[in-house]
Design a protein. Structure first.
Lengths: 261, 150
């Protein structure tokens, strides 16, 4: 019996040894995993963005685009992120929405700009969408919901499938866990950018109160955390520390943007 | 000396013993994405021949034990893959290293099984390191009868 146990342990040791030895090899670099992933993300992002651009009206007015772009760049720089990884697009649309597409494309509706009351609220929304990009939620959700084969078909010309995928990403696409993770990351981004994440919670709370009926209906049906719950979680993450906010946008730029909406 | 080392199996015994390995081989290929399939097939085969002669039972048990160890290796890899595709895990160096380790062990099992299938069919008693000793402990000739003809 002792011999069998010893041989069994040697078998396990052999397996672990081979595993340990192979772990020493940089497979990710050898197979250029990150490079291939980035290329496919970007290709898919271009396909999706082309569909949004075809169906929606892209807002190019610098009075509107510039402040949002400036805020995005501030968040990116403050957190040491790669600015080339994010592509901001403003859409003339009344609906209060912002969403992330593969390849770092961030789509923001003018309806959202109209409803944010401060630059910190805008920063919170942008940081949340940035977090979906950096935490790879977009591709993970797409793979989970529509599958790798469908995504491959989209990159090679699956028009109708791509439209459905964009529609999906533009609506309540992410799971409760992913939304909570994006919120937590957004709090970190906003704090590091010397702004108060409490504004993010306030915005969510205000939006949920404005849509009280819908909120009550969707809070248990939808996989998304309800606005009130998310706001409470953000407040808990923020804690009670005093944050010395540093203004990012000039009052003039902010007022002009609001007036142009 | 092991009782089977001098035993000359009958033609039908050679075929049944060889089929135990062949079955795991076929099911390994058929059920490749699902690690449980080849284990179930070997268990079914083992149950079917549990009243056969000692020679057949012994080889069915050895085949089953090898499938059982691979089942754990493959299951871990299978659930790791699932958590990457549908969960929060990401593709990592550790995952790829595990995948290649599992492939290496599966390949060595595949080669060993093919060899054992062929040799058992010829009537040779192939004993695998560790698995044979464990099989000896689990599968023993029945005392009340002549162990070869049960």
């Amino acid at each position: 019996m002792k011999k069998i146990v010893l041989q069994g342990l040697l078998m396990v040791a052999l397996f672990m040894g081979v595993f340990w030895g192979l772990s020493m090899v940089d497979w990710m670099g050898l197979f250029k995993v990150e490079k291939i992933k980035k290329a496919s993300d970007e290709k898919l992002g271009r396909v999706f963005w082309d569909i949004v651009r075809e169906t929606e009206r892209e807002e190019k007015d610098s009075v509107l685009v510039q402040p949002v772009q400036q805020m995005l760049q501030h968040l990116v720089r403050s957190n040491g992120l790669d600015s080339t990884h994010f592509h901001l697009h403003l859409i003339r649309q009344k609906e209060v929405n912002a969403f992330a597409l593969p390849g770092g494309h961030l789509v923001v509706h003018t309806g959202l700009l109209k409803n944010v009351k401060s630059e910190a609220e805008l920063a919170g929304v942008l940081a949340h969408e940035m977090a979906h990009v950096t935490l790879d939620h977009v591709m993970k959700t797409l793979v989970k919901e529509i599958g790798v084969s469908t995504l491959t078909a989209i990159t090679t010309g699956g028009g109708e499938l791509a439209r459905e995928a964009v529609q999906y990403l533009g609506s309540a696409a992410f799971s409760r866990q992913l939304e909570a993770a994006a919120d937590a990351q957004a709090v970190a981004y906003v704090t590091k950018a010397k702004m108060d994440p409490m504004a993010m919670a306030d915005f969510l709370l205000r939006m949920s109160e404005d849509n009280a009926d819908l909120e009550a209906y969707t809070s248990w049906l939808n996989t998304h955390p309800a606005g009130k719950e998310r706001a409470a979680e953000i407040k808990a993450l923020r804690g009670t520390a005093t944050i010395q906010s540093v203004p990012v946008l000039s009052t003039q730029a902010w007022t002009k943007m609001k007036a142009a909406l | 000396m092991h009782p089977l080392s001098t035993y000359r199996p009958e033609e039908h015994e050679k075929e049944k013993a060889s089929n135990a390995y062949l079955m795991s081989l076929i099911m390994f290929i058929v059920g490749l994405p699902l690690p449980i399939v080849n284990l179930i097939a070997t268990v079914v085969f083992w149950l079917g021949y549990r009243r056969s002669s000692f020679y057949v039972r012994w080889h069915c048990t050895q085949a089953l034990l090898l499938q059982l160890s691979l089942f754990f290796v493959n299951s871990y890899g299978f659930w790791w893959t699932m958590s990457i595709l549908f969960g929060d895990e990401s593709l990592s160096n550790a995952y790829l290293a595990y995948l290649f380790t599992a492939i290496l062990f599966n390949l060595s099992e595949l080669i060993t099984t093919i060899y054992t299938t062929v040799e058992t069919r010829k009537g040779k008693n192939i004993r695998w390191w560790f698995y044979a000793a464990l099989t000896d402990r689990l599968c023993q000739p029945r005392a009340s009868h002549n162990f070869m003809t049960q």
